[in-house]
Design a binder for this molecule. Sequence first.
Ligand code: CO
Length: 136
Amino acid sequence: MSDPVVTEIDHVAIAVRDLDGAVEYYRSTYGVEPVHREVVEKDGVEEVLLRVADSYVQLLTPVRDDSPVAKYLEKKGEGIHHVAYRVDDCAAALERVKREGHQVIDEAPRPGSRGTTVAFVHPKTAFGTLIELVQE
Ligand code: CO
């Protein structure tokens, strides 16, 4: 067996309609404070990160009607949108996914939020889960 490509869960992303309401829910019910808030224009989303140990819960809401998250909410409703794994080398991890014959959404790594480098793997050949590879 080779060393694991993924080293930790970086975040679990949850699509919500009411970002402030969701932040307040996590704060009052679980005592989890937001540590980062950012509008990612390219993806048409606003995100809030809640730290849980070494990982995050990422609350996502669309800021435009043509955002993929807007389409997701319309089709599936609120809920888990993707799981993000931390990797040491996003480009190498993405190459490995492709070499293994699996579909990807991003052909090359790209900038993510909070200065990370990310790439998305297609859920179609990933047993139904949208996977994000995150290099910090
Ligand atoms: Co993400």
